[in-house]
Design a protein around this ligand. Sequence first.
Ligand SMILES: Nc1ncnc2c1ncn2[C@@H]1O[C@H](COP(=O)(O)OP(=O)(O)O)[C@@H](O)[C@H]1O
Ligand SMILES: [Mg+2]
Length: 259
Amino acid sequence: MSAPILNAPVPVLEVDRLTAGYVPGLPIVRGASLRVAAGEVLTVIGPNGSGKSTLLKAIMGLVGIASGSVRFAGREIAGRPTHEIVLAGIGFVPQTANLFATLSIEDNLRAGGHVLRSELGEHLDRAYAMFPALADKRRDKARTLSGGQRQMLAIARALMTDPRLLILDEPTAGLAPQVVGEVFGQLKSLAGSGVAVLMVEQNAKAALRQSDRGLVLVEGCNRIEGVASALLEDEEVIAAFLGRGERRGKAASAEVLSP
Ligand SMILES: Nc1ncnc2c1ncn2[C@@H]1O[C@H](COP(=O)(O)OP(=O)(O)O)[C@@H](O)[C@H]1O
Ligand SMILES: [Mg+2]
């Protein structure tokens, strides 16, 4: 284990030289490392197919790990079954299939909290306090929600177990620009309450603006990492992920270019 750096916050999640993939001998994540502390937002960006989703799935026990370690709250969780990882305190919002469209909003939240032995009502109250739009529609089917509201429900559902770390895969994919800001704002305030947030995003510029640190993953390993404000000024990051002219404040898309 590496020596702790003075004054650095103690990480809740510590991924060290992780190698993982779908087929033995064909790693997709190749030696990736990251750390997230309580109250911190870390955003992972990178080209399509660089292994961002696979990295999140490997942390969650959904993809086979060949080597490396995943330490959560001081315990090794690499290779543990997903339900144990969730119970240990990690909430996961996958990119797709993150809610039950034909169930009501409330039943989706109940499903998220099904492992709770008590205090389900309290957790529901808290979810509705955080997302008032969901409270107004609690009896409606999830499929009747707007894209932004669906993403809020998926987040609220993952928060039902009171995680210390929330992991999200492209939480703003397909959302209108004004809703993108709302989702990032919610995640930032969640971090303000002490939860660690790790997300993968294609809306690189908007995400980095609301993040503490960023990591660029290329071909399954760390390419660039640092404080988010520095990445927003980094020439290579601008050229590949943010588009020219971003620093001068011109309107430009945050489209991710293939290498
Ligand atoms: N279920 C799967 N089975 C086999 N290969 C997969 C699977 N999902 C993704 N891959 C492959 O893993 C690589 C990385 O995919 P992914 O982690 O989804 O990238 P990203 O999220 O960065 O776009 C791609 O080459 C993709 O084809
Ligand atoms: Mg992905």
